[in-house]
Structure formats: C-alpha cells, structure tokens
Design a binder for this molecule. Structure first.
Ligand SMILES: NC(=O)c1ccc[n+]([C@@H]2O[C@H](COP(=O)([O-])OP(=O)(O)OC[C@H]3O[C@@H](n4cnc5c(N)ncnc54)[C@H](OP(=O)(O)O)[C@@H]3O)[C@@H](O)[C@H]2O)c1
Length: 340
C-alpha cells in the first residue's frame, strides 16, 4: 500500500504507520525518509483523513469504529465489514458510485472477487449473466507473509531431502493443491468460496446471481488465477467477449493460443491489471450462451493494495472523504440479498 501510494503520487501530507505492539518503535525507510511504526490504538487515528486497514478481520472490527469516531474514513482490506448492508464494497472500475453513501467505513473486496468482478461486469452490461462457475488457483501471498516463508521453506526442505514442515496450512503446500481456503461453512463451501459468491453479488448489484466457486491454494508466490465458466442470457461469441473485456479499464486481453500466449501468474505479478485469456465457447451450454475463460491478477496489487488506493483516489476526486451523513448524501444500502 505504501509503495502504491508513492507510485501513484497520492497526495499525502503525513503518512502514519501503525501495526501491532510487536512492531511499535521499529522504523521503515520510505523514499529516503525513515518513519517509525506506532501501535494501532484508537488515539493513533486522531487527525487522520483516510486510514488504510489491513490487519485482519478481528482488528478491523475493533479498531475501524474507533478510527471513524476520531474522524477518519477507513478503507478496510479485511472481511469484517464487506457484507454489512450499509457498507459499500467497491471495485474501483465496477461500482465507484456506491462510495457516495459510505458511513465512514468502506470495504475492499476479497482478492479472488476483485479480479473477477470487472470481467463479469462487461458481460452483465452487454448480454446479461445467468450463471457463473469459478474455480480459483490462489497464491500463498494471499495468506500473508508467514505463508510465503512456509512455501519457501518447504521447497528448500524438498531440495535438501528433508520432510516438509506445515504450520500455516493443514498440509504441505509445496508441490500440492489444497482445496481449503479459510474455514469450512455448514453448507460445505469454504468461507473463501462463499466470499466470491456473496461479494460478487453485492458488487455487481445482482443479489440473485447464480454463482458457485471452488477455491484452491497452489504453490505460487504471487497472483491468483481463475477458470471461469459463464452462462449468459443472450448469445455471445468469444470474439465479442474479448472486445468487451478489453474495453474495461484495467483489463488486458492476452489470448493467442498459437503462440502460447495467455495470462500467467508469474507475468501478472507486479502489475496492476487484470489479464484475461483462453476465451472460448463453453460447449456444455446451448445457443452460444456459454463462455469459458482464464483470469489472472496480482492478488497483492489489484487484489488488495491497488484497489484500496484507487478507492482513496475516487474519494478525494469526488470530495467524498467525509461520511455521507456529514455531506448530506443518501446512505448506501446494498441490494437485498437472495437466500442461497
Ligand atoms: N494478501 C492478500 O492477497 C490479501 C488480499 C485481500 C485482502 N487481504 C486481507 O488483508 C488482511 C491482512 O493480510 P496480509 O496478507 O497483509 O497479512 P500479513 O502479511 O500477515 O500482515 C498483517 C499485518 O497486520 C498487522 N497486525 C497484526 N495484529 C495487529 C494489531 N493487533 N494491531 C495492528 N496491526 C496488527 C501486522 O503487524 P505486525 O507485524 O506488528 O504483527 C501486519 O502488518 C487480512 O484481513 C486479509 O484477509 C489480504
């Protein structure tokens, strides 16, 4: 987030770095300046205009209201507030208008949702969406810094002929594929899969969208990949779909099977765009109403930090930093959710 604020030259008068008490007092060097980290306690938000939160749902649930009470507007990367009906859940190029009615907290979507919603938006707006099935291939950086170290350690152990040690994940992640991301829910889905279902419905304003997901962790460091199958209301060709995808800001179509050109996790890493390829007819659906494609994006950038900073940019450009009530704007209300 700090890197992206600098890259995009977001106008920051004062950058305040907060973390847990464990990190308080440590220093970070940013563009030649040395900044000291302070502990994230409620009073640390006094005088803050925009607070970018990324410390997990429990911390956000506790500290975001305290930050708002001190005048900050919180852009939260965790799952704590995403499905609250009065909290906007925003992908910058899909539903920026939802920000207008924010009550002081804005939710940044889950990384798997983030890269999917702009692509689905293109189909929603042209041929309508009937049903979506998405299977994810997610990198370990989506779990955080500890998981990056765990994959690296297991690869080194393998090369050294030693047994892998698993502590972040329930099984070794190196040379494996784990169909378990976040906790299991009573309906058999994992919470990650359920986030893709419910968050896409909210962002796309399609509370009844038929959508299902299987989320899989794979031994990739950065970037999530997704195999997406869509049933549309009206007929559409792969050629037209490529045009529609390419017209979405921040989406790049990379689709030339003849030259083995398609989106790759390694190439998307470090980029802000969402890459789409392997666009083809889904032959299991009649009447040219089925599409299959592959979507890849850097989960740390567009999937988290870039979108958070883009939200901050929109708030600033449209003069929406203060909560709706302070500006006389209509409070945000999510479209009523379907029972699933
Ligand atoms: N990684 C992704 O792709 C991604 C994408 C979308 C959303 N998210 C969400 O972002 C959140 C953070 O994920 P991450 O991958 O960045 O995790 P991470 O690498 O483990 O970093 C967690 C951060 O939270 C801080 N923290 C922990 N306890 C705290 C406390 N009590 N008060 C203040 N700060 C505290 C940590 O500071 P210390 O070093 O001091 O402990 C650290 O800076 C999660 O909710 C995650 O679901 C992540």
């Amino acid at each position: 987030m700090i890197q992206i604020l600098n890259e995009r030259e977001f106008p920051v008068d004062e950058l305040r770095l907060l973390a847990s008490g464990r990190s308080a007092g440590r220093t970070v060097s940013i563009e030649g300046r040395t900044l000291e980290i302070a502990e994230a306690v409620p009073d640390a938000f006094d005088g803050v205009d925009i607070a970018l939160f990324s410390a997990g749902a429990d911390i956000s649930a506790e500290l975001a209201p305290a930050a708002v009470a001190r005048g900050a507007t919180v852009i939260d990367n965790s799952s704590a507030w995403r499905m609250e009906p009065n909290i906007p859940l925003v992908v910058s190029q899909v539903n920026p208008g939802d920000l207008e009615g924010h009550p002081g907290i804005i939710a940044n979507p889950n990384c798997s949702t983030m890269q999917l919603a702009p692509v689905l938006m293109a189909l929603r707006d042209s041929v309508g969406l009937e049903r979506v099935v998405v299977d994810t291939y997610q990198s370990v950086s989506g779990t955080g810094a500890d998981a990056l170290a765990e994959l690296e350690g297991q690869v080194r152990a393998h090369v050294a002929g030693e047994a892998p040690v698993a502590s972040v994940y329930p099984h070794p992640i190196a040379f494996n594929a784990l169909p378990e991301i976040d906790v299991f829910l009573p309906n058999g889905y994992t919470k990650e899969e359920w986030k893709v279902v419910t968050e896409d419905r909210k962002i796309l304003h399609l509370p009844d969208l038929r959508i299902s997901c299987t989320a899989v962790r794979i031994p990739v460091f950065v970037s999530h990949s997704e195999a997406v199958h869509v049933e549309t209301r009206d007929a559409i060709t792969p050629e037209r779909a490529r045009e529609l995808f390419a017209a979405v800001p921040g989406v790049i179509v990379q689709d030339d099977p003849a030259t083995h050109d398609y989106p790759l996790a390694t190439e998307a890493a470090g980029r802000d765009e969402i890459f789409v390829g392997r666009v083809r007819r889904d032959i299991s659906i009649a009447g040219d109403r089925g599409l299959a494609f592959w979507v890849v994006s850097d989960n740390l950038r567009k999937g988290a930090a870039t979108n958070a900073v883009e939200i901050a940019e929109i708030l600033r450009e449209r003069d929406w930093i203060r909560p709706a009530a302070a500006r006389g704007a209509t409070p945000f209300a999510a479209p009523t959710e379907a029972t699933a």
